[in-house]
Design a protein around this ligand. Structure first.
Ligand SMILES: *[C@@H]1O[C@H](CO)[C@@H](O)[C@H](O)[C@H]1NC(C)=O
Length: 203
């Protein structure tokens, strides 16, 4: 009896393998083998080139850093490529909004501006520019960053947007947010048209 069961199981093994190993024809084999990438964050923003090449930025819910995810395309055809810490946790307030803008050209990514608020609610950014430095620049040593202007946002505000317009050279970099001082019942913009940062309130 025991012997019979084993031989039956052995007979069924090839059938079982062929059923489980075969990829459904409408599903590429590589994707059906993928496991999900574990991510737990509070806020996020993203930019993408026209070829689908994507960068996602989110504040990690556990350690508070802002992380960059490199993703090859939209999630239907693209996959996770890599991740890296861009902004250390001690430079970001808890539950900061994350806003990101992109300038691109035929060669790909040209500039990425990543905006957020510091623990003291200072409007802050990390910037990436093709051919400049090795990776993102930011923190106290970044003289080009809006960070060193010390524009203070309203405590706890979740309102933040990032824009970069390429119609002019140099491009215009803008962040929309709620100022702590002055009119906190409206929005303002930090603007850099090439000759430094100014702030203006919507009128
Ligand atoms: C924080 O969490 C992210 C995502 O799990 C991880 O990539 C990163 O290395 C962690 N550590 C720091 C110091 O940010």
């Amino acid at each position: 009896m025991f012997k019979l069961l084993i031989s039956k199981a052995l007979l069924m093994l090839p059938l079982y393998l062929s059923l489980t190993l075969a990829a459904p024809s409408d599903n590429p084999t590589a994707r059906s083998a993928n496991t999900v990438i574990p991510i737990t964050g509070s806020n996020m923003g993203a930019v993408s080139l026209s070829d689908g090449n994507t960068r996602v930025y989110y504040q990690d819910a556990t350690n508070g850093s802002i992380i960059q995810l490199v993703v090859s395309n939209d999630f239907e055809i693209g996959v996770y490529v890599s991740s890296a810490v861009i902004v250390p946790a001690d430079e970001v307030r808890q539950n900061s909004p994350v806003a990101v803008s992109l300038l691109s050209d035929a060669a790909g990514f040209e500039q990425i501006h990543l905006g957020f608020f510091s623990p003291d609610n200072v409007l802050s950014e990390y910037i990436w520019e093709a051919g400049v430095g090795s990776g993102f620049q930011g923190g106290p040593t970044c003289t080009a960053c809006v960070t060193n202007k010390g524009f203070v946002g309203a405590a706890g505000s979740q309102m933040l947007y990032a824009l970069e317009t390429s119609g002019t050279s140099p491009p215009v970099i803008r962040y929309g947010f709620v100022l702590d001082s002055g009119d906190s019942n409206t929005i303002s913009e930090a603007i850099n048209s090439g000759s430094g940062w100014t702030v203006a309130t919507l009128t």
